[in-house]
Ligand binder design. Structure first.
Ligand code: HEC
Length: 195
């Protein structure tokens, strides 16, 4: 071996020198850093476990995971809806004022008159001015949930999908002003008499 070839091999690299020699050219074998090799084999191992778990051992699919997360969202929405649908006397007190009742009348004229007629005398929907009630009992806390949820099967729409919570409180406050006004030409009583 010539002097100048040897010059390139450091003293501490001698053990890396591979024992072949091509026309005087020799190579050093620098092993990969151990952290690199470790990651390389670790990822191969991970890929195998991943594949077996998700393909054969019933690991959740993306669709399953989506469904699970979506169920949480739906439950949260329902909880929110439920809370919104609960009558809150303090909120009602805030809306039971002349100017809110006036707004409530506007909400009523726009949304309710078609079925309950003006001043709540009743047509498709029951008379709201007598002491007879199908569901509610003439009080704000009993009228509110009916307006909020509707009685969809019987033709009373679910107003929580159309009106804001404020508008529902306003219209409930307005309906309260109709109660026991016994409008002329009102629809015949329906439901039970509430004392
Ligand atoms: C498409 C027709 C329709 C519209 C619009 C409508 N309602 Fe009704 N409403 C009904 C019917 C029908 C019932 C009776 C449901 C039943 O028979 O179970 C009812 C029932 C009610 C009741 C319960 C009455 C009772 O006797 O317990 C209240 C309160 C009421 N509606 C308020 C409203 C308000 C407020 C609005 C407007 C935001 C409104 N409704 C709009 C059809 C309607």
């Amino acid at each position: 071996m010539k002097e100048e070839t040897k010059l390139h091999v450091q003293e501490d690299e001698k053990h890396l020198l591979l024992d072949h020699n091509y026309d005087g050219i020799q190579e050093l074998n620098h092993p990969l850093p151990s952290w690199w090799a470790f990651l390389f084999y670790a990822f191969i191992g991970y890929a195998v476990i991943h594949f077996v778990y998700f393909q054969f051992l019933g690991g959740p699919s993306l669709r399953d995971e989506f469904k699970k997360e979506y169920a949480v969202v739906v439950a949260a929405q329902e909880e929110f809806k439920k809370q919104e649908g609960e009558f809150n006397p303090e909120t009602y007190a805030k809306f039971n004022t002349p100017e809110h009742i006036k707004k409530g009348e506007e909400v009523y004229v726009t949304n309710c008159v078609a079925c309950h007629l003006e001043k709540g005398r009743g047509d498709i929907g029951p008379n709201l001015t007598d002491e007879y009630w199908l569901w509610a009992k003439g009080t704000p806390e009993t009228v509110y949930p009916i307006v909020f949820n509707g009685v969809v099967d019987n033709g009373m729409p679910n107003w929580s999908e159309v009106l804001s919570k404020e508008e529902i409180y306003q219209v409930v406050a307005y309906v309260q002003t109709l109660h026991l006004t016994h409008q002329p030409q009102g629809k015949a009583p329906q439901g039970n008499k509430v004392e």
